[in-house]
Design a protein around this ligand. Structure first.
Ligand code: SF4
Length: 267
């Protein structure tokens, strides 16, 4: 078979060598150990317009406006469900609803197109995210960017068809990168729920165990939930591994590629 440009890009992004036949030499069928792309049917990603002007939803450089500190224990979770983007961002920035506010450098809100077709949901900020105020930075973020680029998507620019929106389940970094606690996830859930309601994505990609638990309410392992289409409030949701896990377990990158192709096929 012939590799598509997108598959070649993905293979390179995954750190796998892309064999290119010389002129006149037939390209052999890849064997099972290298079956990363061959296992996933080529996906027809719809043609994407490049004429529309990008509207980025980026972390503000100016100081957030004054807002009342949100106590998410309130009956309507501090009115989060009716907030617009600026109010929501300011509310997250001022939030002290759980103990993680004590150790954070800053909150990590989200990045990307506010009406993106694909919304990526991760877990909790790590050290570099806490310092930069943006989700998925560092090596795991670079891997995610490369995976997205392989199917023509970006967090930085483009219309809603090309630019994703990325957010985490928790907006503050757990100390020493420990796992989020159920109470922390519960306190922070209204913010993610509102982000999803504002973006109104066509597809959700849930990366990692805690994102899956938050969105699907399931304790099943990612490996048992991936490979099929779930729904979150009527929106198709695909489960896959977190990029940080893939850096530790490269043998599962092929499965992540399949999951990404599955999500792309739904756009
Ligand atoms: S993790 Fe969420 S609920 Fe806890 S303080 Fe940060 S923004 Fe508030």
């Amino acid at each position: 078979m012939s590799w598509t440009d997108r598959q070649r890009s993905m293979l390179r992004a995954m750190g796998l060598a892309v064999w290119t036949p010389s002129i006149g030499e037939a390209e052999p069928e890849p064997g099972p150990p290298q079956a990363l792309a061959s296992e996933a049917a080529p996906i027809d990603v719809p043609p994407r317009s490049v004429a529309a002007s990008p509207t980025m939803e980026r972390p503000p450089r100016a100081a957030p406006r004054e807002v009342e500190v949100i106590d998410l224990a309130g009956a309507d979770a501090g009115g989060v469900a009716s907030m617009d983007w600026p109010t929501l961002r300011a509310a997250v920035s001022a939030c002290r609803a759980c103990a993680l506010c004590e150790s954070r450098t800053q909150t990590v809100f989200g990045v990307g197109h506010p009406q993106a077709d694909l919304m990526v949901v991760g877990e909790a900020p790590g050290e570099q995210e806490d310092l930069k105020g943006e989700p998925f930075v560092g090596p795991a973020g670079q891997l995610l960017d490369a995976m997205l680029q392989a199917i023509g998507l970006s967090r930085r620019e483009g219309p809603p068809e090309q630019q994703v929106y990325i957010a985490n389940t928790l907006k503050c970094r757990p100390p020493r990168n420990r796992n989020p606690e159920p109470a922390e996830l519960a306190k922070c859930e209204p913010f993610l729920r509102r982000q999803l309601a504002l973006v109104q994505p066509k597809v959700i990609l849930a990366m990692g165990r805690f994102a899956v638990q938050q969105l699907l309410g399931s304790d099943e392992a990612v490996g048992r939930l991936r490979g099929r289409i779930h729904t979150y409030e009527g929106v198709p949701l695909v489960v896959t591994y977190h990029p940080a896990y893939l850096l530790r377990q490269p043998s599962d990158k092929a499965k992540a590629w399949e999951d990404l192709c599955l999500a792309a096929s739904l756009l």
